[in-house]
Ligand binder design. Sequence first.
Ligand code: 5CA
Ligand code: ZN
Length: 427
Amino acid sequence: MISSSGSYPEPASGYARDMHAWPASEVPALPGKGRDLRIHDTATGGRVTLDPGPVARIYVCGITPYDATHIGHAATYNAFDLVQRVWLDTKRQVHYVQNVTDVDDPLLERAVRDDIDWVALAEKETALFREDMTALRMLPPQHYIGAVEAIPGIVPLVERLRDAGAAYELDGDVYFSVEADPHFGEVSHYDTELMRALSAERGGDPDRPGKKNPLDPMLWMAAREGEPSWDGGSLGRGRPGWHIECVAIALDHLGMGFDVQGGGSDLVFPHHEMGASHAQALTGEHPFAKAYVHAGMVALHGEKMSKSKGNLVFVSALRRQGVDPAAIRLALLAHHYRADWEWTEEVLQEAVERLDRWRAAVSRPDGPSADALVEEVREALADDLDAPAALAAVDRWAARQQAEGGTDEAAPGLVSRIADALLGVAL
Ligand code: 5CA
Ligand code: ZN
């Protein structure tokens, strides 16, 4: 059991949860030392050079476990896996925390729709996610924490916010008051109209009468008929809101001012905006995270790949069809993490061909020197995770290998280690 958040509550169904991450693939060491990461920060709208201490701290929002793992999820986790690989290459340790939203409206709605137990659904999809992450060689978090197991840590935070006047009750539910954080709005910089629209679209309830501000998000939802609920102390029985879940887990395991808060761009608002405000109102400190980093959205047939639309390509389905996970990984890496892009057959085909070329190139006993390649790939990734540039650099080495070969006996092994250590691709 990986948690420091105290005892585990028994969910309504009497199910006891055991939340483990997945096994780590080894990260080979490379000669020399990597470069400090310069990365685009949503809050400042520009590039920041991260300067983590000897232990870099990162929180990446995890899945809501139904319809996992689609290529959009995989692309987002790929981006944050690269962040860690760059840090590891600078000889830092990484403290990585991820949640799994194992109780929330969309999960419960799906369980009702499909007439299955919500716990069984969450369990099954989380297990599949772990398998997919392992196959894709994504580095595991040290703490992989479920919303349900975090409840004992969430309740006192909501009580504190309420007691400090930063939260209020409405018919038994507890709402966060966005006015409580002077920095509210500084993650997304969206205007009120857009915030309101996105809030309605992404789990908020801006039209509910009685709220102080339409944007105020729920911290604690009083027990609803037919839905699971937990003991909330002075809050009464209920379940946690979405944003406070991630805040409780991040504060518990990383503390304020950690290096990177990560997720897809659909989390900029309300999730990361509200999370920052919850934490800032709780602690009186700013910022919650030093950089807010967001990955672009992957589309299928012209529309964002999403569970609600059902236009999904699953990592597990591709694996079942015999697609090498390294090819899936190369398909993700072929796109800049900040770009929105479209998954197509051609994208996969190109990745399969690239993998074949790279494998052929490293299977020879010698080749052109790869000493410069280490630095090229390092520089590409340190430059706002420019994975396409990193692939292009390896492509150039593979092309030279094919055209002229070389006499450096260390080169093929070094290229394999570069692909593995910095890109998570096993050749
Ligand atoms: N459980 C919450 C975060 S606390 C959640 O958003 N779960 S999720 O399953 O909907 O998404 C998991 C991650 O995948 C999020 O970072 C989300 O931004 C990202 N994601 C979802 N759809 C796509 C997509 N089509 N392209 C890229 N990333 C996506
Ligand atoms: Zn989250």
